[in-house]
Design a protein around this ligand. Structure first.
Ligand SMILES: Cc1cc2nc3c(=O)[nH]c(=O)nc-3n(C[C@H](O)[C@H](O)[C@H](O)COP(=O)(O)OP(=O)(O)OC[C@H]3O[C@@H](n4cnc5c(N)ncnc54)[C@H](O)[C@@H]3O)c2cc1C
Length: 367
């Protein structure tokens, strides 16, 4: 069996190692974080039937997932800046097919499903070539296959492509509220059990109910200069910027605790692809980082990982597995990236939230 080295233990890298493991194939994962809980693991994700949920089924982890999933998290509310509800859908109305889970929980399940030693935590990869990776310690690991599962700023990608993520013109400032049911009941009611979008031309407050009584808020602002968003990670300045939003909505920022985190949104060009290079491939954000407006990034990373693992299990040689995997990957990623770019544009049009409401009404009618 060829040796398989995975760079990055995000959702994509962990899913790949797990699905390979269930097919009796050994791999090694190198991750710079010291452990799966080393940093704030991000907010809630909704997993989709054809991607994230399918990956968990192939990984044999559906049951563990169901034990921590929040079915009610699929609910959606769209408001205008005055706080008027323009669209509302409960989880049942939306179909009940996209359960939510906190990213940290999902990573814990995936990491815990691997034998000890498969993931080498605290191992930063500093250089990569086809055939070997170099760690920060100077150790060189020779390998038949390198998989770049190392996210938007992948160290593996330059072996395949000159493309780099480009700033989207949109930045998030992240805020967090805790113990919302007891401390901030009005905010809890405003956001509901799932996601809430309050949009106005060029701006928005996007809030998600997380597990453990927490709400995560992304204040979205269009700004040409991604560096400027660092200055916006200041409650007073941010509140000034959202001065034309209803007081109840602004309370999501006022009531937040801890520091605000600036998150400029970057994306690879839509349709990013590469020519086959022996012994190297990419998955997830390393292959196709896109704005989070299709809600697909984590789902796609898990699906890519599953399809790559199944291709490696089904093909006699690595190169034919990689060719088959990439032939399906490129059009799939292109379609999602196109949707996500279109959704971003629709969310922040001057007449927002009209376009998003229309989209949701059309979607509901279709069902
Ligand atoms: C604000 C925001 C909200 C989002 N919301 C959603 C959502 O609701 N639904 C959804 O589906 N997607 C969402 N996404 C997208 C999603 O987070 C990503 O698409 C997903 O995390 C990609 O997974 P990945 O495994 O490819 O990469 P990552 O999660 O980025 O994992 C890469 C891993 O590689 C490691 N690494 C990097 N460099 C090295 C190195 N040199 N050596 C060793 N290790 C390395 C990193 O530490 C990391 O653990 C959101 C993204 C953002 C920014």
């Amino acid at each position: 069996m060829p040796s398989i080295t995975i760079v990055g233990a995000g959702l994509g890298g962990l899913t790949l190692a797990r699905v390979l493991h269930t097919r009796g194939i050994t791999s090694a994962v190198y991750e710079l974080d010291a452990s799966p809980t080393a940093r704030d693991q991000g907010g809630t994700l909704d997993l989709h039937e054809e991607s994230g949920l399918r990956a968990l089924a192939e990984a044999g982890l559906t049951e563990q997932f169901r034990a921590v999933a929040r079915e009610e998290g699929e609910a959606l509310r769209i408001l205008d800046r005055h706080g008027v509800v323009r669209f509302e859908e409960t989880a049942e109305e939306s179909g009940g097919t996209r359960p939510e889970v906190d990213r940290g929980e999902l990573k814990r399940i995936l990491a815990g499903s691997l034998p000890d030693g498969v993931v080498r935590w605290g191992s930063k990869v500093t250089a990569v070539s086809a055939g070997a990776i170099t760690l920060a310690t100077g150790e060189v690991v020779e390998t038949d296959l390198v998989v770049g599962a190392d996210g938007a700023w992948s160290k593996v990608r330059p072996l395949l492509s000159d493309a780099v993520p480009v700033y989207s013109g949109l930045s998030f400032v992240e805020a967090n509220l805790s113990d919302v049911d007891s401390k901030h009941p009005a905010a809890a009611a405003l956001v509901g059990s799932g996601s809430m979008f309050a949009l106005a031309g060029g701006k928005g407050l996007i809030a998600q109910r997380n597990g453990g009584g927490r709400i995560r808020v992304y204040a979205a602002v269009e700004t040409d200069d991604p560096a400027a968003v660092t200055g916006l990670a200041d409650r007073e300045r941010l509140l000034e910027l959202f001065a034309d939003f209803d007081a109840g909505l602004r309370a999501l920022l006022v009531d937040s605790d801890g520091t605000l985190v600036p998150r400029p949104i970057h994306a690879l060009p839509v349709g990013h692809r590469w020519d086959r290079v022996p012994g190297v491939t990419l998955l997830g954000d390393a292959a196709h980082v896109m704005s989070p407006f299709a809600g697909e990034g984590a789902n796609l990373a898990m699906l890519d990982a599953t399809e790559l693992a199944l291709a490696l299990a089904d093909h006699a040689d690595v190169e034919s597995a990689l060719s088959a995997y990439e032939a399906a990957l490129f059009p799939r990623a292109e379609e999602a990236a196109r949707d996500s770019a279109a959704n971003l544009e629709a969310c922040f049009r001057p007449d927002a939230p009209a376009a998003m409401v229309d989209q949701m009404l059309a979607h509901t009618a279709h069902h």
